[in-house]
Ligand binder design. Structure first.
Ligand code: PLP
Length: 396
């Protein structure tokens, strides 16, 4: 158990810091999940969550981590042996692919270098070649949490449309929902997968499927085995604010408050806040003389920044130094970039001074760990943040 005074800095890219207001909202007695008080809460969150996905369609809420919602998206829409096209954007794309194979789907991976997001042109090429429409779904990770690259979802939708391909479009927004603009309806996504523990500022334990009419239609003939994940019974019960099995009642109280907080701030302001912190972080990285993993400036993530350490430096050792000295958790490098990168989470309940504390901890950690760098990162971030404030002309 950590005995250091002061608050732990939780700067991994999720789970994120849970605001006190959300913690207080969850501090409630357990309740009758078939009673009228729950029904009112159920109706409120099932309606409110739609605004976060920017959809008019139903959103399913599971008492599960994001992996459950990955499984649900596939199990409700596909049949054994169906071919699914995926793009190797990083570790989470690789894990979703593995899960699909375990379910009895065939997968095809368009290979990527873990420094860019899913490429619409490569997807277009593959779909154009699939004259017999063997591919039943295209699965893309919107914000690849292992690399900090964001995929251009509208361009991928266009690629599917221009190929005249009937494949379903499934998108993972687990680390972008409530942090980076995502529009389920406008962008023509069939199933959007989300999770509670990142931009929604909740503890882990809830996950989501936002649906389209096409996805609902596909679910009628999809033959993969499903019971717990089945949309049908959920949708019937959800109509009255209830769930077919015991929902995570206290997390739903938290969700109710988190939705209110996000909508009060305004989604566009939330996205701009994270984009600004992301830019300040990249300025710090550049001033340290280090490299951001994501190579395409148009794809830089508002949720997190993955930082490459110079050859020969151990990123996990560096993270340990930061944790031991400053009581701050940074994200580990995952999969192919394990030990080479560390990740700074700047999503969720986060402000300028939390970012500067984070970057200060990183800069001091670089000193102590003996990682070659210029000690100019925090200054560069401060200049950007205060300059930006002055140009805004107010303190908001
Ligand atoms: N997809 C993405 C993009 C993620 O970042 C994560 C977790 O970090 C997952 C899927 C898996 O979600 P969970 O760990 O909640 O099961």
């Amino acid at each position: 158990m950590n005995t250091m005074p002061g608050r732990h800095f939780l700067q991994i890219p999720g789970p994120t810091n849970v605001p006190d207001r959300v913690l207080r909202a969850m501090d409630m007695p357990t309740m009758d999940h078939r009673g009228p008080e729950f029904q009112a809460l159920g109706k409120r969150v099932l309606s409110g969550i739609r605004s976060i996905f920017q959809t008019e369609n139903p959103v399913i809420i599971y008492p599960a981590s994001g992996t459950g919602a990955w499984e649900a998206a596939l199990a409700n829409t596909l049949s054994p042996g169906d071919l699914v096209l995926m793009y190797e954007s990083g570790q989470f794309a690789a894990l979703w692919k593995k899960l699909a194979e375990k379910l009895g789907l065939r997968t095809e991976f368009i290979s990527g270098d873990w420094r860019r997001a899913a490429d619409p042109e490569a997807i277009a090429q593959r779909l154009n070649a699939d004259k017999s429409h063997e591919i039943k779904a295209v699965c893309v990770v919107h914000n690849e949490t292992s690399t900090g690259c964001v995929a251009p979802i509208p361009a991928i939708r266009r690629a599917i449309n221009e190929a005249g391909h009937p494949a379903l479009f499934l998108v993972d927004t687990i680390s972008s929902l409530g942090s980076i603009d995502f529009r389920h309806d406008e962008w023509g996504v069939d199933v959007t997968v989300g999770g509670s523990q990142k931009g929604l500022m909740l503890p882990p334990g809830l996950s989501f499927n936002a649906l389209s009419d096409k996805a609902l239609e596909a679910s009628k003939s999809a033959r993969l085995a499903r019971s717990y994940w089945d949309w049908e019974e959920m949708l019937v019960m959800n109509k009255n604010g209830f769930f077919p099995y015991t929902p995570a009642t206290n997390l739903l109280y938290g969700l109710d408050t988190a939705i209110e907080m996000l909508l009060d701030e305004g989604l566009s302001r939330v996205f701009a806040r994270h984009a600004r912190h992301s830019e300040a972080t990249r300025r710090a990285v550049e001033a340290w003389g280090l490299e951001v993993l994501c190579r395409d400036p148009a794809q830089h993530s508002g949720s997190l920044t993955a930082v490459l350490l110079p050859d020969g430096q151990d990123a996990d050792q560096f993270r340990k130094v930061v944790l031991d000295h400053f009581n701050m958790s940074l994200g580990a490098g995952l999969g192919k970039v394990a030990g080479k990168v560390f990740r700074i989470g700047h999503l969720g309940d986060f402000n300028d001074l939390m970012l500067l504390g984070t970057l200060g901890g990183v800069e001091m950690g670089l000193d102590i760990a003996g990682v070659p760098h210029r000690p100019a990162g925090v200054r560069a971030a401060m200049d950007f943040l205060s300059g930006h404030r002055q140009s805004e002309g107010n303190g908001k």
